[in-house]
Design a protein around this ligand. Structure first.
Ligand SMILES: [Zn+2]
Ligand SMILES: [Zn+2]
Length: 189
């Protein structure tokens, strides 16, 4: 199956410039067209009133079933606080070798940690989360090269220490995954 492109589906009021810059970076990193679309579903029923957070597993299912399509990688991008049952919060998650992922800026904001807001740093963190989750959809696993975008991290400090780029090993794996997609589509043709 050929990967035709990546779609970023944004929920909430992200600034146009923010989304465009994000799309451009993702396009450069993965070398394929990136579309930005609007997330249209009401997510009120995904809110857990006890935790005061949104259920990321169910949101991921929603993105997969309503916005993703075969051959596209689709990331739902949010401003709300995301959780999965075993963790206090998550920055994002994705289906391994799947079509969909989700990510939120909520826990990436300096203001959450008693610090002054920083738009540039927020963007920097968010693009790393998006690229990391997209990496999973292309079959990349966690990597322990300190600066690699596939390095896992539970804190913003972990994200700040890595780059938005794949290390050499992960780049090679990504290129192989992209080639495999392309050759599978030729086989089917
Ligand atoms: Zn990961
Ligand atoms: Zn790596």
């Amino acid at each position: 199956m050929e990967t035709k492109g990546i779609t970023l589906v944004s929920h909430g009021s992200f600034e146009k410039n923010f989304l465009e810059a994000l799309a451009k970076d993702v396009q450069v990193i993965f070398g394929m067209p990136v579309l930005v679309e609007q997330f249209l579903h009401d997510i009120a029923s995904y809110f857990d009133p006890t935790r005061k957070q949104y259920d990321a597993n169910r949101l991921l299912q929603l993105v997969d079933s309503e916005y993703a399509s075969e051959g596209f990688k689709t990331m739902g991008i949010f401003k709300v606080d995301l959780y999965i049952p075993i963790l206090t919060f998550i920055f994002g998650q994705a289906h391994y070798r799947g079509n969909a992922g989700v990510a939120s800026v909520f826990r990436l904001r300096n203001e959450n940690y008693g610090m002054k807001g920083n738009d540039r740093l927020l963007f920097e963190r968010f693009r790393k989360v998006i690229i990391h989750e997209l990496g999973h959809t292309f079959g990349l696993i966690h990597c322990h090269v300190p600066v690699c975008v596939m390095r896992p991290g539970n804190y913003v400090e972990d994200i700040d220490q890595k780059k938005h780029l794949f290390c050499k090993k992960c780049s090679i794996e990504l290129q192989a995954a992209l080639l495999l997609n392309a050759s599978n589509s030729t086989d089917q043709a």
